[in-house]
Design a protein. Structure first.
Length: 113
């Protein structure tokens, strides 16, 4: 299996994809993000427990032409305050290692259920 297919399979095993075509087009244009989102999943597991449900989606801002960002939405049943605290710890613990430009391309959010 070619490396690109292996990476695709790994991403699809870890994440649900809201609109697979949009996610793959976004990642194709920004191949450096693939490694970051693979690492992000293991960091999400550290803070939210094993096998978290995380959905990747491409979001846009209708007021900013051509602005797109990949959003990893963590679904959790934790109380909102605890979930927000864990997300803040995750942000501080993990993304310090990556260039600030990642903030413009990839971010994390919560869906509390």
């Amino acid at each position: 299996m070619p490396k690109s297919q292996q990476l695709s399979a790994q991403i699809e095993q870890l994440y649900s994809l809201h609109d697979p075509g949009a996610v793959w087009r976004f990642l194709f244009k920004r191949p450096g993000l693939v490694r970051i989102i693979r690492v992000a999943y293991s960091l999400i597991e550290e803070h939210f427990g094993p096998n978290p449900h995380v959905t990747l989606r491409v979001v846009t801002d209708p007021e900013v032409v051509d602005w797109r960002q990949l959003l990893a939405e963590i679904r959790t049943s934790l109380p909102v305050d605890e979930a927000l605290a864990r997300l803040n710890e995750l942000d501080l613990a993990s993304f310090d290692r990556y260039p600030l430009s990642v903030d413009d391309l990839f971010s994390l959010d919560l869906e509390c259920v």
